[in-house]
Design a protein around this ligand. Structure first.
Ligand SMILES: *Cc1c(COP(=O)(O)O)cnc(C)c1O
Length: 358
């Protein structure tokens, strides 16, 4: 079976050699040496000054909403994984959707201003598939209307925009290190913030608000990464160049051989160094997508409908119609993309799609 992704794993020996530090000290969580080392190495790798490693990529969104004291309405994208909308609702705020750009698939910055009301406190946008939002326009709007900005950068590990890490933008940025993501710690994530006061709030909040064993800085919750997770991250990092190169090769092959006369692929924003995190294809109709998905499934090839459904249509969400997002969500399919995807399988996938497109 060929899935949309296959988790990259270092050898067990490499993982266990790193984990030995934790075993020998008997210290397996609460910001142990491996978490501290991972934070340092990721800062170096990404070129960011501040980050906090967390136990997943969703708690950072919730903690950011709390730390920035957001209330009322948060403007967000309908085209993302459910975590971005769920975090807003979970924190007792209302998601207000703004439709997406038909090619970049990120929130359409030109439609944000008309969605702002006196109740709006923030914009929470996703760098979907690692494609940066129009961060300049969003920053200008936030300034003009005194809004906070949170970027869900779950897919954006290693992405640079205008020569610097995409995580340097917004009041807070987040990432996911889930095992389906480009870089992973089995479960895990991070939050990024360059404002010292906000960073302190995030930091204390991810560890119950503890300020030393007996004192509390403020309200907190538990989003700490464990040493087991950090060891996986440390074992993964040396492979990042290989991972990026191998994924680029797969993408180049798809790009060269698929018949794009009846297909649309994602447009990556200018001045971006992308991370090859997903390979989404947009078909001309949902019927075509379902037809091709079925044939692929018959050959044990399992692409995924990332992201379906459009989040404004979820049962517990009362969202307005979002024509572009709903249309794209119904027609988009992510093809298998991982290190170790065989050339013969790639050729098979491409042959099936090109044949069914005719
Ligand atoms: C994966 C993902 C998350 C959540 O990350 P977890 O680490 O699974 O909690 C949030 N937002 C988006 C867009 C994602 O794809």
């Amino acid at each position: 079976m060929i899935n949309v992704t296959k988790t990259f794993l270092p050898s067990q020996e490499e993982y266990q050699a790193i984990l030995k530090t934790a075993w020998d000290s008997g210290w397996i969580t609460n910001r142990g040496v491996l978490v501290l080392e991972l934070e340092k190495k990721i800062k170096n790798y990404l070129g960011v000054a501040h980050l906090i490693a967390t136990t997943n990529g969703t708690l950072p969104l919730q903690i950011a909403i709390k730390a920035l004291k957001l209330k009322g309405e948060i403007i967000t994208t309908p085209f993302s994984y459910v975590a971005s909308t769920a975090s807003i609702i979970w924190e007792n705020c209302n998601p207000v959707f703004v439709d997406i750009h038909p090619e970049y698939l990120t929130i359409d910055e030109t439609k944000i201003e008309s969605a702002i009301t006196p109740k709006t406190t923030a914009i929470l946008a996703t760098h979907v598939f690692g494609n940066p939002c129009h961060v300049e326009a969003i920053e200008a709007l936030a300034k003009k209307h005194q809004l906070k900005v949170i970027y869900d950068g779950a897919h954006a590990f290693g992405v640079t925009y205008n020569g610097q890490s995409i995580f340097n933008y917004g009041n807070v940025s987040t990432c996911s290190f889930h095992s389906t993501k480009l870089f992973h710690t089995a479960e895990g994530g991070a939050m990024f913030c360059n404002d010292e006061a906000v960073f302190n709030k995030l930091f204390f909040a991810h560890n119950f608000g503890h300020d030393g064993p007996l004192d509390f800085f403020g309200l907190g919750i538990n989003a700490k990464m464990s040493e087991m997770q950090a060891a996986m991250g440390l074992a993964m990092l040396p492979y990042m160049d290989t991972i990026l190169n191998e994924r680029k090769k797969v993408i180049d092959f798809y790009n060269t051989h698929l018949d794009f006369s009846k297909l649309q692929s994602i447009k990556i924003r200018e001045n971006t160094r992308w991370n090859y995190s997903y390979y989404p294809l947009i078909f001309q109709s949902e019927e075509k997508l379902l037809q091709i998905e079925k044939v692929l499934n018959d050959y044990q090839i399992i692409p995924r409908r990332y992201f379906y459904p459009s989040l404004n249509t979820i049962k517990y969400v009362k969202g307005k119609k979002m024509p572009i997002s709903e249309s794209i969500a119904s027609r988009i399919l992510c093809l298998p993309l991982f290190v170790g995807l065989h050339q013969t399988d790639l050729e098979k996938i491409i042959a099936i799609i090109n044949k069914e497109l005719c």
